[in-house]
Design a protein around this ligand. Structure first.
Ligand SMILES: [Zn+2]
Length: 319
């Protein structure tokens, strides 16, 4: 199966607009922090404070922590106290426990009836504020987990994730980067270093920071790490404001709309188009540690440097 069915919702004008972007090496674009945050923000008014009259899990293979009947029984009659996000996971805090959903490649929530009912994996029947909410996952690569308490949900997250990309401090980031000689791009995408960044936002953050994607993480100067840390905050916040990145038939908001970030971004999907900062053509390449996905960068703004060529080595030495 190659399409989620959502391609039916893409108008000819939208397809023409998307046509100016490269395809991502034949791979799907995975929802990252801004897309999952947009899902969560869209779900809050529809779910928070509501009572689950009935929950219908439709695919046992995606459930973790209980059989279909367990999920349905535990959620029935529960109040949805909050809808939150940890990294790229959606966390529904119920009065009876926690449902943690990993959308992975093709998962997403719908507030209108999905056009492809065969992709529905969860059906929430709510008393209010909205009668129905659907969760779909075309390729079933995600997971739906039940946790009885917050501690269990947090432990599951902490096993495979570092601090959230919007919450990590500059010191935490600096310590994590100092520990590895891997390239900075695959390091930023490592969820154990920081949770939430994937291929699109790693490219955008590094362009905004003027750092070459192959620079060894451990050789970055304090000033360079500070630029990366600041760019993480500003790029991710802007992407959330624009409701994320829609690429091909992938991610949509809970109302089936496209995110607006890729109409304004600097490098991702813009091979050979001019860099918005220096007008040089954006390069598309593959880098070590990330051969399956394309990397976009500006050779003018993001120069590859030898590790020794830091500004302090060049002229700031004390006499
Ligand atoms: Zn440039």
């Amino acid at each position: 199966m190659t399409n989620s069915g959502l391609i039916l919702m893409t108008s000819p004008i939208e397809r023409a607009r998307l046509g100016r972007y490269d395809r991502d090496g034949g791979t799907r674009v995975v929802p990252e922090l801004p897309e999952v945050e947009t899902m969560v923000r869209g779900l809050r008014p529809a779910m928070e404070g509501g009572r689950i009259v009935r929950l219908e899990p439709l695919d046992a293979s995606m459930l973790v922590g209980g059989a279909i009947n367990d999920f349905a029984r535990r959620a029935e009659g529960a109040t949805i106290e909050s809808v939150g996000r940890r990294g790229k996971w959606v966390v529904l805090a119920l009065s009876t426990g926690f449902i943690v959903i990993q959308p992975r490649m093709t998962g997403g929530f719908w507030l209108t009836e999905p056009e492809r009912p065969e992709h529905i994996r969860l059906r929430f029947h709510l008393e209010q504020p909205r009668a129905m909410v659907w969760y779909c996952d075309a390729r079933r690569l995600g997971k739906i987990a039940w946790h009885d308490d917050r501690e269990s949900a947090q432990t599951a997250f902490a096993r495979s994730h570092g601090p959230d990309a919007l919450e990590i401090t500059r010191g935490e980031l600096a310590r994590a980067l100092a520990r590895t000689n891997r390239g900075i791009k695959p390091t930023l995408m490592d969820q154990k270093v920081t949770a939430g960044i994937g291929n699109i936002y790693a490219d955008e953050i590094l362009h905004a920071s003027r750092i070459h994607p192959e620079r060894s993480s451990a050789t970055l100067s304090r000033g360079e790490i500070e630029r990366i840390h600041m760019a993480m905050g500003t790029i991710l916040a802007r992407a959330i404001e624009l409701e994320g990145s829609t690429f091909d038939a992938g991610y949509r908001t809970v109302l089936g709309l496209e995110g607006g970030f890729l109409a304004q971004n600097a490098v991702y999907g813009r091979a050979n188009l001019p860099c918005p900062s220096c007008a040089r053509p954006i390069q598309k390449t593959k880098i070590a540690g990330l051969m399956a996905r394309p990397t976009y960068y500006c050779p003018g703004c993001q120069r590859a440097r030898s590790p020794g060529a830091t500004s302090s080595a060049r002229g700031c030495r004390r006499p």
